[in-house]
Design a protein around this ligand. Structure first.
Ligand code: CA
Ligand code: CA
Ligand code: CA
Ligand code: CA
Length: 500
């Protein structure tokens, strides 16, 4: 990309000076009395950098392979397997310094030796620590919403929405970023936005150096737009929020991931001028590690009437996107794949799974696993899953992956490299409709390897889990529970254990 702005559009000239001031990206010359711009070539012939030109600064060479976790191993550049030819780096997880080639494997939830398998030969067990409430004690109610859960070297970090009764506005929402240790004790808690607008918790990502979150709020005349900002590992706000969207109508439901080189955001957008105001399309945005936007919004899904709720997952070569389509007022899933720069890369598979309520997508091994629950005329009795390869071909047809319950609702999954840890809520071991959390382990073809294990009991309702590997060798789980009498956010955990 070469900028030519700043060069005055003088047509006739006798010397180069007539053609305007110098520009770092294009040298103005006078040729046959006509101004011409000779673009500066910024190609540094290094495949490990992205070359661009800025009018005032000249050539910029942004490194695509970074070592943000400081373990002396760089990440592969987006779209490449770690250590593959041309990848520029061999760190299989540049957000975690306990993971790099040559490191011995330990029982800790991490692929320490980068052989693609987490905790080779080990098993897992539910932690002996009881769930603890981690949402603020003064909130009337707290929700996970679309809030996420990530881990830094020292903390589990999550976003959530605190709801407060307010005599004037009746109810106030505050989105917060909170860090806790492996026992659930608070390390920091920071408001995500200081703007006096309805703010709901959005996803959070960890780059190995900084935390990022994206959300939508209505600070502009009640019009929801998507914003993003970053925090240090200790929860200090690093910079003001960047506005990601600029649409006539609402922009909502951001999904945010770190791809070892950039943050990727997907969101849905209404009223882009291409159809009725209730038409919704899905867009993406690349964000550099320093929070600056790379290029503009990219249309990802625009050919279905109403598509919403994007969820992205970072594969080895591709980005997977799951979303809902409205089909005669019934919610149906769609799945597509994109290149790391968000160019469409996969065929559009047929939509699947009618009456979807909540869903998630996790890349494991060499495929994307999509999980969901249903709520049609009746609440579904199982969590379902299907798997797609990185070319969007179906590798495991939709099937129920849990059984034994009357009602099943909400799920989350964590890649163990060659197997998948699933946490979900159902009423299999309690009274009808009494949701508790359970976990099990699947192989890559969605067969059950380790059957149902209890994660919570006596929660008075437990829903909407999120999970991540974090400090203290714990696989942390945040969820919404009602043990204190109102909806609040809780933390519990699993851990690696010698296989029995
Ligand atoms: Ca590294
Ligand atoms: Ca690493
Ligand atoms: Ca391993
Ligand atoms: Ca390990």
């Amino acid at each position: 990309m070469t900028g030519t702005g700043g060069v005055a559009p003088v047509q006739h000239c006798t010397t180069a000076a007539d053609c305007g001031p110098p520009n770092a990206c294009g040298q103005a010359i006078c040729e046959q009395n006509q101004c011409q711009v000779k673009a500066v070539s910024c190609d540094d012939t290094d495949p490990c950098t992205e070359d661009t030109c800025e009018d005032t600064l000249g050539c910029r060479h942004r490194p695509l392979a970074l070592d943000l976790d400081g373990d002396k191993h760089k990440s592969p550049r987006p779209g490449f397997a770690p250590g593959a030819p041309g990848s520029c780096g061999d760190d299989c997880d540049d957000t975690n310094a306990a993971s790099f080639p040559g490191n011995p494997e330990m029982c800790d939830g991490i692929d320490n030796d980068c052989d693609g398998v987490v905790d080779n030969g080990f098993g897992y067990q539910t932690s002996s620590l009881a769930p603890v409430r981690v949402s603020a004690l003064d909130s009337a109610r707290s929700q996970r919403d679309e809030g996420g859960l990530v881990a830094t070297p020292d903390a589990f970090v999550f976003t959530y929405t605190g709801l407060y009764d307010d005599p004037v506005t009746q109810q106030r929402h505050e989105s917060r970023l909170k860090g806790i240790d492996a026992k659930g004790s608070a390390l920091f808690e920071t408001p995500v936005s200081d703007v006096n607008a309805s703010t709901y918790a959005g996803p959070v990502a960890w780059s190995g150096r900084d935390l990022a979150t994206a959300w939508s709020d209505a600070r502009l005349d009640g019009n929801y737009e998507v914003y993003a900002t970053q925090f240090s590992a200790a929860g200090a706000l690093l910079r003001p929020a960047a506005r990601v969207t600029n649409s006539e109508n609402f922009s909502l439901h951001p999904s945010l991931k770190w791809n070892q080189s950039e943050f990727l955001i997907a969101f849905d957008d209404r009223g882009s001028g291409t159809g009725p105001m209730d038409r919704s399309q899905i867009f993406g945005q690349r964000v550099a590690p320093d929070g600056s936007l790379i290029g503009g919004n990219v249309l990802l899904v625009g050919d279905d009437p109403v598509v919403e709720y994007p969820a992205i997952s970072i594969g080895q070569h591709r980005v997977g996107l799951v979303y809902t389509s409205d089909v005669n007022n019934r919610s149906q899933l769609g799945f597509r794949v994109f290149s790391p720069s968000l160019a469409a890369a996969g065929s559009k598979p047929l939509p699947f799974a009618l009456d979807v309520q909540s869903f998630s997508v996790e890349f494991v091994g060499d495929r994307f696993v999509v999980l969901w629950d249903t709520n049609g005329d009746v609440r579904g009795d199982a969590i379902w899953a299907a798997a797609y390869d990185e070319d969007a071909n179906l590798t495991a047809a939709p099937r129920p992956i849990t059984s034994g319950a009357h009602m099943a609702r909400s799920q989350a999954a964590l890649s163990l490299g060659d197997r998948l840890l699933v946490v979900w809520a159902d009423d299999a071991r309690g009274p009808l409709g009494s949701y508790e959390l359970y976990w099990q382990i699947l192989d890559l073809n969605l067969n059950v390897l380790v059957p149902r294990q209890t994660l919570t009991m006596g929660s008075n309702g437990a829903l909407n889990p999120a999970l991540v590997v974090g400090p203290g060798r714990k696989i942390g789980v945040t969820f919404e529970g009602w043990a204190s009498g109102s909806q609040q956010v809780y933390f519990t955990s699993l851990e690696c254990a010698p296989a029995r």
